[in-house]
Design a protein around this ligand. Structure first.
Ligand code: NAD
Ligand code: UDP
Length: 315
């Protein structure tokens, strides 16, 4: 019988980041349990792993407790795209909080390590730029983004409380906008929307005047950082920012995608959603120092790969 290194639970394993993580950790020789309720994730994302040995799919909602042996947990379950997390905000909030608690209970019981996929959204409409981990953020607790932002903030709180109370072995990363193969074409986030619109020669929908900024990290860089965090020294708990510090306006992104796809699309301007953060860029000194991590893939190279992926999807 083949020897597998670790038994690893990935919640949200059928989603964009989760499916990429499942593939990498399975190919590294681990026994993978992929838990998902398939709200935004798909079987298609994990199709290459289905029926493989040492890969198990559990169709389960993380708001409900579960119990089985694990060595490590990557807690990624949560819709990440604003249209999807706002569609059922009560469930999003429960996913953020109860999902964290159920994962922490399991990790505590089996003395496993647990990594929380937190987010740059904990900084809200940041007044400190670039965002550094010591900044406490500027989140509207009552707005339409709060079901996501506040549950992610609450999850960080409960992670540290389990650590202080039960010595649970925790790791927290704050992920900044990430893109790449594995994204759902209907996901609603900016990179997938613009590429699909450009490939179809449809209008590109820039919200507001497009002057808001984001910093886009390619998926392979993020996966590398997530795994480095899980494998880091036990003194490294985070929170640690993981993202690409190259900052672009949304308008610049639209223009770049039109250029790379040689699209005939024109840019149109639509209403800016409520509480849309004006600027976002990670300070990644901590990740660089504590994990020896920095992103390597440029926006142009990452977009080219992602455009090729979506071209295949649209066939
Ligand atoms: P995604 O929507 O593609 O994946 C989320 C996965 O979680 C999906 O497979 C979905 O079906 C599953 N899920 C949702 N609610 C669930 C529940 N209650 N029970 C079980 N499964 C559930 O999003 P993603 O981009 O892959 O994001 C993964 C994680 O990373 C999320 O926690 C997100 O908050 C975090 N994150 C992502 C980004 C990004 O730019 N992609 C940025 C910051 C944080
Ligand atoms: N955005 C846009 N057009 C779209 C989708 C998004 O202009 O079709 C903008 C959105 O308003 C935000 C930025 O792009 O300013 C990033 O949006 P996304 O939903 O990808 O992520 P988040 O706002 O959570 O960073």
């Amino acid at each position: 019988m083949e020897f597998r290194k670790k038994t690893i639970l990935i919640t949200g394993g059928a989603g964009f980041i989760g499916s990429n993580l499942c593939k990498k950790l399975h190919s590294d020789g681990n026994n993978i349990i992929c838990m998902d309720n398939f709200y935004t994730g798909t079987y298609e994302n994990i199709y290459s792993l289905v029926n493989k040995e040492y890969f198990t799919i559990l169709n389960h909602d993380v708001i409900n407790p579960y119990d089985f042996y694990v060595d490590e947990i990557y807690n990624l379950a949560c819709p990440a795209s604003p249209p999807f997390y706002q569609r059922n905000p009560v469930h999003t909030f429960k996913t953020g909080i109860l999902g964290a608690i159920n994962g922490l209970e399991l990790a505590t019981k089996w003395d496993a390590k647990i990594l929380q996929a937190s987010t740059s959204e904990v900084y809200g409409d940041a007044q400190v730029h670039p965002q550094v981990e010591t900044y406490w953020g500027n989140v509207n607790p009552d707005g339409i983004r709060a079901c996501y932002d506040e549950s992610k903030r609450g999850a960080e709180t409960i992670f540290f409380d389990y650590n202080r109370t039960y010595k649970t072995n925790i790791k927290i990363i704050r992920i900044f906008n990430t893109y790449g193969p594995g994204m759902n074409p209907d996901d609603g986030r900016v990179v997938s929307n613009f590429i699909i619109q450009a490939l179809r020669n449809d209008d590109i929908t820039v919200y507001g005047d497009g002057s808001q900024t984001r910093s886009f990290c390619y998926i392979s860089d993020l996966i590398d950082g997530i795994i480095k965090m899980m494998n880091s020294d036990s003194t490294v708990q985070g929170p640690i920012n993981l993202g690409n510090p190259s900052e672009f306006t949304v308008l610049e992104l639209a223009e770049k995608i039109i250029q790379l796809t040689r699209s005939k699309s024109k840019i149109i301007f639509e209403k800016l959603p409520q509480d849309d953060p004006k600027q976002r860029k990670p300070n990644i000194e901590k990740a660089n120092k504590q994990l020896d991590w920095k992103p390597l893939v440029s926006l142009e190279d990452g977009l080219t790969e992602t455009i090729n992926y979506f071209k295949e999807k649209l066939k």
